[in-house]
Design a protein around this ligand. Structure first.
Ligand SMILES: *[C@@H]1O[C@H](CO)[C@@H](O)[C@H](O)[C@H]1NC(C)=O
Ligand SMILES: *[C@@H]1O[C@H](CO)[C@@H](O)[C@H](O)[C@H]1NC(C)=O
Length: 273
């Protein structure tokens, strides 16, 4: 039931009549973000050291490495199946297929630009050579400017954004501790997220962050508790999420006609635990 709630947000976003032919309303998905959404961009980026192309990744669904940071499908995959449009290719795969001539055009069901390990701040995991959210946007804009993606398609497409966990996790990482205090750091993150949210997409779904302070890897951070969640980290996550929600809620006023949904991931995870 609780998962349904997140799904209902999308139902609301995707359906404009009682027809089940969702694909005619939402023909494509463009996804931007980190490992939660990545469909394998890092796998096509041999310089990148944040990889998920080995077992146990993928074992339950694809049964071979695709570069997804999960045992099966990502939330983008589930949404694509739900609206009946097929899985999006990672940008780097689609790009190399067009460059090497094996495909004439970019796919018509959208593209996945997400890169595992990336953050909303440019510097986050730069040393792992992940594709920053800023670079992801440039990749998309370049395709649009070159008319490689139909503008009409973009109007009807769903844009997914999920990013920020890695920035907050790295804030507590000893080698990379930033000069900013936690509140200023969150404000800097929100300033970057706002650039994306205000890009001008007509249909946009923004996922908030889950309780990052509860991920098992937190136990390796100095000062983090082992037997419970890392409170200081979750405080930052909640502040970022609140800022994100405000940005999303303001969209209909700032951009009349734009449909935006906020996915309350933190809340849903807490309810499921
Ligand atoms: C990987 O690194 C090499 C050498 O720095 C660079 O020329 C190349 O463009 C990089 N590839 C990607 C996909 O970033
Ligand atoms: C072209 O690139 C695609 C995507 O990376 C790959 O699957 C395909 O094998 C390549 N084809 C050739 C002829 O190199």
């Amino acid at each position: 039931m609780k998962i349904m709630r997140l799904f209902l947000i999308f139902l609301f976003l995707l359906s404009s009549s009682s027809s089940s032919a969702f694909a005619s309303y939402t023909p494509a998905i463009f996804a931007f973000g980190d490992s939660i959404l990545d469909a394998g961009n890092n796998r096509f980026n041999k310089n990148c050291t944040a990889q998920a192309d080995f077992p146990p990744y993928e074992l339950s669904f694809f049964h071979h490495p695709t570069g997804r940071f999960t045992n099966g499908r990502t939330v983008v995959d589930f949404l694509s199946q739900f609206i009946g449009i097929g899985f999006q290719k990672p940008y780097l795969e689609a790009y190399s297929a067009v460059v090497n001539g094996s495909q004439k055009n970019f796919p018509s069901n959208g593209i996945n630009f997400a890169s595992g390990g990336s953050g909303v701040l440019k510097e986050t995991n730069k040393d792992l050579r992940v594709i920053s959210i800023q670079k992801q946007l440039l990749q998309f804009e370049k395709l649009v400017n070159q008319n490689q993606i139909d503008k009409n398609l973009i109007q009807k497409s769903l844009f997914l954004f999920e990013c920020g966990s890695n920035d907050i996790f790295n804030y507590f990482f000893p080698l990379a501790k930033p000069a900013l205090d936690p509140d200023s750091y969150v404000r800097a993150m929100l300033a970057e997220a706002a650039k994306f949210i205000n890009l001008g997409a007509r249909r946009i779904a923004v996922f908030s962050l889950g309780p990052v302070g509860c991920v098992p890897a937190r136990a390796r951070l100095p000062g983090a508790p082992i037997n419970r969640c890392f409170g200081k980290m979750n405080v930052m996550v909640k502040k970022y999420n609140m800022g994100l929600e405000t940005l999303v809620m303001d969209i209909p006023t700032v951009y009349p006609g734009v449909i935006a949904a906020y996915g309350a991931v933190y809340k849903i995870v807490q309810e499921c635990r």
